[in-house]
Design a protein around this ligand. Structure first.
Ligand SMILES: N[C@@H](CCC(=O)N[C@@H](CS)C(=O)NCC(=O)O)C(=O)O
Length: 236
């Protein structure tokens, strides 16, 4: 019997797209299964059985289930022995883990919250926006400085940290709400352009347009994406 193909649950947001890039770089056959988060498909019982956090991406490969984008990157790269230093006790491995977690716990969350407070949150939001905008700038600045000194985030070799970076990097002008983002962070733009030129990135671009995800952020989408807002309607 033909083994089932790896299932990749995705939408076109930064976290799923970094995983799509690795799947394409590895040349792994996969079935791309859209999860339309604006329609609330992440909250179904069937999907929550795969990802208790009710977010994309997730993968299911046989009886292996992995969720959270950076966990998936590390799992797949380790399994393939590619795009990561494979000697677990090497300094290169320590460096890779540090920068992967920096992207996972810093770049992603601060950029995500900067987007939320800049583009979606109701007023008053000055305090929150100032905090997340400051932290988003600070994190991107750290990567820009690093990329001013070396080709890739972990030195001379392209790897999963660069893929994790790539998922978010194209969003930088939107995250920071500025037109001159690429003048301020030229090294980020340099690596973004380089990765965009890779054949794997072109295949991710094709995946992006394969499914018509809901485009409107209407009241229903807001309920699905920002369930916390329901508490604001209840008396304290
Ligand atoms: N830490 C998670 C975050 C995943 C995440 O926030 N995914 C977003 C898309 S980039 C999502 O599913 N949003 C829908 C929702 O929050 O309901 C990861 O890296 O995979």
């Amino acid at each position: 019997m033909r083994p089932e193909m790896l299932k990749f649950y995705y939408n076109t947001a930064p976290n799923p797209m970094k995983v799509a890039l690795l799947l394409e770089e590895l040349g792994l056959p996969y079935e791309a299964i859209p999860v339309d988060t604006r329609k609330g498909e992440q909250h179904t019982d069937a999907y929550r059985a795969i990802n208790a956090n009710a977010k994309v991406p997730s993968i299911v490969d046989g009886d292996t289930v992995v969720f959270d984008s950076n966990a998936i990157l590390l799992f797949l790269a380790d399994r393939a022995g590619r795009f990561v230093p494979t000697d677990l006790s090497s300094s290169a491995r320590g460096e890779m883990m540090s920068w992967l977690m920096f992207v996972a716990s810093g770049i992603g969350p601060y950029s995500g919250q900067a987007v939320h407070f800049r583009h979606f949150a109701p007023e008053p939001k000055h305090y929150a926006l100032n905090r997340y905008d400051f932290e988003a700038h600070r994190h991107w600045q750290i990567l820009d400085e690093r990329l001013g000194k070396q080709a890739y985030l972990c030195g001379r070799d392209y790897g999963i940290v660069d893929m994790a970076f790539w998922g978010w990097a194209r969003m930088v002008p939107f995250v920071l709400g500025i037109d001159d983002a690429w003048t301020r962070y030229p090294n980020i733009k340099r690596l973004l352009d380089e990765i965009n030129a890779r054949p794997a990135a072109a295949r991710v671009e094709a995946l992006r347009t394969r499914h018509a995800f809901k485009a409107e952020v209407d009241a229903d989408a807001r309920r699905n994406l920002f369930p916390q807002n329901q508490r604001l309607e209840q008396p304290v």
